[in-house]
Design a protein around this ligand. Structure first.
Ligand code: SF4
Length: 466
């Protein structure tokens, strides 16, 4: 049984010996490999349910695909291409990259090419779950680090390079080393404006950017039920920032409610496989996190693990705030941002850029009047794109500038000049910082979280919720 380490209110950890059973991840991979049992470290080849690529990683993957001699992808419904990093095309080079993807998608009759209009455009890890492309028990590879996002739905999902993406497109299979696992046992419920982003930043702050290296982060415990689907997507999204192979949540009533909304026909056809870990599953370690004790958290430059409670951030002036990305660009994030910005003005010293994560999120913001709130507050609203998250466009930082961002990486030069600084935070802190002109909690600009805030979030399940 674990114990609380001194000095950290929210979490404790304990090494485990474990049994011969399998974790959630191992059970999915065993099934996809056609094996009755797998163990950590074993090399397997698995059948894939989806292969994903974006405008940075797909063009080189197309070259490798051609070099395999294959002329058709393994399944045109299971190769998903999403131009999102430098789109709408920021320059001629990015336009050519997208053109190459578009022509390949047309040649291969891909039903899931997401550039404009239908099916949908936006940031890949926002649109795949929200368009019902991810089901529990799936095995998914994507040529993008944050493919791990889909673990929120009880799937195995991990990032690969363009070469593995190409082989996946050609064969529908991928080789993998079976990961060991860290069990993250959640209890309690987050308080006030604390969200899943704070939970995962706090976790990474504890274990470090290599704390889960080539292992799964498997979430469990009664605290899972206290997290919305959006929060689970945010937490799974940042598994890679702890070095994890994947992050994965159990499927519960909230997951099923979300799937009923985004994938009703697939659910009705009985698609998906709900997996639970064996009772004697082997975990390298168990971390206990009391969600009620997680503080509003900020990751200082230049690592996601360089965290501290916002109360201890000190007076850090801010030049830019970005609210969006595959980490925090969903409806819940937009509504939170609007709650903070409504009736207030962004500081004159701050550029505040709000980026709905998909066209669907954008449209919903429009319907709900959130875009008007953002504009009235003095924020800029962008078309869905990764844009500033990777220093692409739509908000590049100059030398010496500081940005509070709801994205997932704050490495040197991630959002612009190598002399700039990125502070990672959840939406409430980011929006409050935009108003204050410095890193700030909502309470510092006079906003208290309503007592029923979490109950309000938990009352509904998915992207179309009212
Ligand atoms: Fe990557 Fe950022 Fe785009 Fe997410 S929003 S896929 S982290 S570039």
């Amino acid at each position: 049984m674990s114990s609380q380490p001194a000095g950290h209110p929210a979490a404790g950890s304990a090494p485990e010996t474990g049994g011969a059973g399998m974790t959630m991840t191992q059970k999915i991979l065993a099934r996809k490999a056609g094996l009755p049992h797998v163990t950590a470290g074993q090399l397997v080849e698995v059948d894939l349910d989806l292969v994903l690529g974006n405008d940075v990683t797909t063009p080189p993957a197309i070259e490798v695909f051609r070099a395999t001699g294959k002329t058709r992808v393994f399944d045109p419904a299971k190769v998903v291409l999403v131009p999102d990093h430098f789109t709408p095309n920021k320059d001629i080079k990015s336009a050519e990259q997208c053109r190459k993807m578009r022509l390949f998608a047309q040649e291969q009759d891909l039903s899931n090419y997401h550039e404009a209009g239908e099916p949908e455009m936006g940031v890949e890890h926002v649109i795949l779950p929200d368009n019902g492309l991810v089901m529990p028990g799936d095995a998914i590879i994507g040529a993008d680090s944050h493919t791990c996002t889909y673990g929120a739905l009880g799937a195995f999902a991990t990032g690969v390079g363009s070469t593995d993406m190409a082989c996946g497109m050609a064969t529908g299979r991928c080789w993998l080393k079976i990961p060991g696992a860290i069990r993250v046992r959640l209890s309690g419920a987050p308080r006030g404006f604390v969200t899943g982003k704070d939970v995962v930043l706090d976790l990474i702050g504890r274990i470090g950017v290599d704390g889960a290296l080539y292992r799964s982060l498997e979430y469990t415990g009664p605290g899972v039920a206290a997290l919305t689907m959006e929060e689970r997507l945010t937490i799974a999204n940042m598994a890679i920032e702890a070095g994890a192979k994947n992050g994965i949540f159990p499927v519960d009533d909230r997951t099923l409610a979300y799937l009923r909304e985004v994938a009703p026909e697939r659910l009705a056809r009985g698609e998906g496989w709900i997996v639970e870990p064996d009772a004697d599953a082997s975990y390298d370690e168990t971390l206990d996190i009391d969600l009620s004790r997680v503080p509003l958290t900020v990751a200082f430059p230049h690592l996601p693990s360089n965290t501290r409670p916002v109360d201890l951030a000190g007076a850090v002036p801010v030049d830019q705030v970005v609210i969006g990305s595959c980490t925090n660009g969903r409806m819940e994030d937009m509504r939170l941002a609007a709650r903070i910005l409504s009736g207030r003005r962004v500081s004159k010293s701050v550029r505040c850029i709000v980026i709905p994560g998909s066209q669907r999120v954008y449209a919903r913001c429009l319907e709900e009047g959130l875009l008007s709130i953002f504009v009235a507050a003095g924020a800029l609203v962008s078309a869905p794109t990764c844009g500033p998250c990777l220093g692409g466009h739509m908000g590049i930082l100059a030398d010496g500038e500081r940005c509070v961002s709801t994205t997932n990486r704050n490495f040197v030069g991630r959002m612009g000049h190598t002399g700039s600084e990125v502070y990672l935070a959840g939406v409430p802190v980011a929006a409050a910082s935009a108003v204050a002109g410095r890193i700030a909690a909502p309470e510092e600009i006079g906003i208290e979280a309503p007592a029923d805030l979490r109950a309000e979030w938990l009352g509904t399940a998915g992207p179309e919720r009212a």
